[in-house]
Design a binder for this molecule. Structure first.
Ligand code: 26Y
Length: 823
């Protein structure tokens, strides 16, 4: 450009400013004087994207020049990436330069960041974990590609009306999404339905061909994934479904316009919308179509690359390590088998060896209702050839079981890929286990429970396949980006290598004893709380006091996560204040956030219970501002980035044995919140790391929950024997929170009194007592700060970098690939 700046690659403010300007003029056709905020946002994003693609091309080039080594393919139906601008600026190391560049044009970088709409292509933990792992893979310079679906509509956007959740379509693409590049030339065909037929090939071998009933095109959309301060830039490749032939002219010519576009409509439905459930699968044909669609696109893409660079089908596993993010992509197992057998003529044993060596399977849940199964008739109608292959895998599996356990037909029935009871169906977890060389849970307790319960038969037969990889989160997004105040203080105190060597935060420990440091620590938290309070006021109209204890629970709404236990505590405090308005209670702001699956009625009722509690408490003169209850609408990655840094207390209160890991627990603690939690998921390991003295523990253990249930748990008895609990439950049942409508919460109350499968009443007293200890500590700010500092100092284990190193070592057997400095 005329000023001589490197407009595509330069990292200084002058080059960046020129780059944004060029994009405004030549890409958006706008003069800076008339450009809208969105125009500036897009121009800024494109300028950043240039610098990412430059590194992406160099990374690919480095990969092509490497004779061997594996690339990781992370197969996931969900990627919850969060906003891209700030994270990319941080990873590139140009956050300040870009602020300066925009400032020269009278634009505030903060406004650009605020303007960004995030792609909500996931439900929660599992999708966000995939995104953290992509960040760590790139940062550790491991060649990797994330494969998934480019849903046109992501997770619904949540509004609260009259205290109830209302779902709105998530139109994340409507102003243009600048971070991706469509690659129509790399489209692949995906087949569905039809039938199979045997034939004999030229060599006289028995073969099978699949004649599909429908063909859909998969078009890849690539988003570059840059590591933190490294040259490695990997790829997220999401597939969009398109009709092969978008227009049926024969239909159009006779005037049937609707039929002419029908094929397009049905094909494109496949990638239309993310299913908003994160526990009970619905067994819907469209969801199976989504799963096969992206998996077929991914495996073709991988195989094409492998063959193109001189690989042979039988060495596929030497170049690719594919991870199944839960069972959602498990149809990849028969798909790879099909390609190797039918298209490349491998023998069964060889194809099976390649397949098993390729896949690893990560389980994310113990909830029995979350285990995916597909009715055999549905599966066979959609994927007739895959069903044949599944039957053959199963025949060999069952033979193997009978060889090891002669006469144990019950074991064969349990491990079979086919559930024969009721509507015959395919068990995806069993298919994932048999097709993978490695199987892992996501926290130590979760892996132990998997081994002793859900997958015990599989451990007995294939013990060497099992390992644990405890989840982690990326400190780049969840501290550097989300909490600049804390990041600055950490940089000044421990040096600035902690974002990539999180263990370095140990250097904070001695500073916990420094009163001046504790004061600065509190100042950072106080400023974050002030900012969150302003946003809460803006979004809910509720005024909260930044000096109160911010007690926060944000996560999907689920009975097992027990948001209602939290509510019982709030109402306990409320009742105490009503009985004695002069009682000296610690002023608290309770913040909730999270989405309920649209068809999960109890979860939606829990949201109403929270908002009704807020209505009761927030303006009661007896409370005098000491309790505030806020439901923060539309919890998302973006909102999380504001919420985690402002928390004093992190609520991780699931029934022990239910939460596979949790990752919000890590995000809170890394930002200096203390945890009140059960011995569940990764809470156990967090407590081990930060020290029992620095963690508020309550509740039954997983073992105790099991024996309480086995011994016949009677929640009604607990209720009758606990006066305060009884009063609080009665308050809910009375209709006092529902304008006198005693029917509103009846199902919830009756569920607790008569069933209480998540032991809410059993843990109530222990929880309330623990909250009393929290309040006592809060009155001693120095003691609280000391604990907060030690929490941050000891969170090193929970960097997703550590998790990815574990996967590299235990599952993928891959190492880093340095990218040469100049490409
Ligand atoms: C089958 C379909 C309905 C389905 C869709 C999404 C089933 C499950 C999910 C998502 C599950 C999920 O997010 N699980 C969470 O994974 C996190 C990452 O490992 C864990 O931290 C968390 O405990 C677990 O609930």
């Amino acid at each position: 450009s005329e000023s001589g700046h490197d407009v595509r690659t330069g990292l200084d403010a002058a080059s960046l400013s020129q780059a944004v300007c060029d994009y405004l003029y030549y890409f958006q056709g706008r003069h800076p004087a008339t450009a809208s905020r969105n125009d500036f946002y897009l121009a800024t994003a494109y300028a950043v994207r240039d610098r990412l693609f430059q590194r992406g091309v160099q990374s690919l080039d480095a990969l092509l020049h490497r004779p061997d080594g594996r690339t990781v393919a992370y197969l996931s139906a969900e990627f919850l990436m969060g906003p891209q601008l700030a994270a990319n600026l941080v990873n590139l190391g140009i956050h300040d330069a870009m602020r300066e560049a925009l400032w020269r044009m009278d634009i505030r970088l903060e406004d650009m960041i605020e303007h960004e709409v995030e792609p909500g292509l996931g439900n929660g933990g599992l999708g966000r974990l995939a995104a953290c792992y992509l960040d760590s893979l790139a940062t550790l310079e491991i060649p990797a590609i994330g494969y998934g679906i480019r849903y046109e509509f992501g997770i619904f956007s949540q509004q609260i009306r009259d205290g109830w959740q209302v779902e709105l379509t998530d139109k994340w693409l409507h102003l243009g999404y600048p971070w991706e590049l469509a690659r129509p030339e790399r489209a692949v065909a995906v087949r569905f339905g039809g039938y199979t037929e045997p034939y004999t090939d030229e060599d006289g071998r028995y073969r099978v061909r699949w004649i599909p009933g429908e063909i859909v095109k998969g078009v890849p959309h690539d988003t570059p994934i840059l590591g933190y301060r490294v040259k490695t830039c990997n790829l997220l490749r999401l597939w969009r479904a398109e009709a092969v032939q978008t227009f049926d002219f024969s239909a159009f010519n006779i005037g049937d316009y609707a039929r002419a576009v029908e094929e397009q409509v049905t094909s494109e439905t496949i990638s239309k919308v993310l299913y908003p459930n994160d526990a009970s699968p619905q067994g819907k044909a469209l969801r199976l179509k989504q799963q096969y669609f992206f998996v077929a696109c991914a495996i073709q893409d991988m195989l094409r690359a492998h063959l193109r660079f001189g690989g042979r089908p039988e060495t596929f596993h030497k170049r690719w390590a594919a991870q199944l993010n839960d069972t959602h992509p498990t149809v990849a197992v028969p798909e790879l088998m099909r390609l190797l057998l039918d298209d490349h003529g491998l023998e069964w044993e060889e194809a099976w060896d390649v397949t098993q060596k390729t896949f690893g399977y990560t389980n994310h849940t113990l909830l029995p209702e979350a285990l995916e199964t597909w009715p055999i008739d549905l599966f066979g109608a959609l994927l007739p050839r895959h069903l044949e292959i599944v039957f053959e895998i199963n025949r060999r599996l069952c033979d193997g079981i009978r060889r090891v356990y002669p006469g144990d037909e019950d074991r064969v029935r349990r491990m079979s890929l086919i559930e024969e009871q009721g509507r015959r169906s395919l068990r995806m977890a069993n298919l994932a286990c048999v097709g993978s060389h490695a199987i892992n849970g996501v926290a130590a307790l979760h892996t132990e429970l998997l081994k002793s319960q859900v997958l015990s038969d599989w451990v007995a037969m294939f013990p060497e396949r099992f390992c644990n990889v405890t989840n982690g989160v990326t400190p780049r997004r969840f501290v550097v980006v989300a909490n600049p105040g804390l990041s600055g203080l950490l940089d000044r105190t421990t040096g600035d290598d902690w974002p990539v060597h999180l263990d370095a935060l140990r250097r904070l420990e001695p500073h916990a004893e420094d009163a001046e440091f504790r004061r600065r620590w509190r100042e950072v938290k106080r400023e974050n709380k002030r900012q969150l309070a302003a946003v809460i006021r803006d979004r809910t109209g509720i005024a909260v006091d930044p000096d109160s204890l911010f007690d926060i629970q944000v996560k999907r709404i689920h009975e097992y996560k027990r948001q209602h236990l939290n509510v019982l505590h709030i109402l306990t405090l409320y009742r105490r204040l009503k009985q004695n308005p002069d009682l000296d209670v610690v002023p608290r702001t309770f913040v909730f956030g999270g989405k309920a699956a649209p068809g999960y009625h109890v979860a939606k009722l829990i949201i109403k219970l929270i908002t009704a509690t807020g209505d009761l408490v927030n303006d009661d003169p007896d409370v005098r501002g000491r309790l505030k209850v806020v439901f923060f609408p539309n919890f998302s990655v973006k909102n999380g980035e504001m919420i985690y840094p402002a928390a004093d207390l992190s609520e991780q209160i699931s029934t022990a044995g239910q939460e596979a890991s949790g990752t919000g627990n890590m995000k809170f603690s890394l930002n200096g919140a203390l945890t009140i939690g059960t011995l569940d998921g990764a809470n156990i390991e967090i407590r081990d790391e930060v020290g029992a003295d620095n963690f508020f523990l309550f509740g039954l253990t997983a073992d105790e929950v099991r024996s309480a249930k086995a011994g016949g748990y009677h929640p009604r008895g607990v209720y009758e024997q606990n006066e305060e609990l009884r009063a609080v439950v009665d308050l809910i049942a009375s209709g006092a929170l529902a304008g006198g409508d005693a029917a509103l919460f009846r199902s919830l109350v009756d569920g607790l009194l008569w069933h209480d499968p998540f032991m809410v009443l059993a843990d109530y007293q222990s929880y309330v007592d623990c909250q009393t200890r929290v309040a006592a500590l809060w009155r001693d700010p120095d003691a609280w700060s000391r604990m907060s500092i030690l929490n941050v100092a000891r969170m090193g284990k929970f960097s997703s970098d550590r998790s990815i190193r574990d996967y590299c070592e235990r599952v993928w057997h891959v190492g880093p690939l340095g990218v040469p400095t100049e490409g």
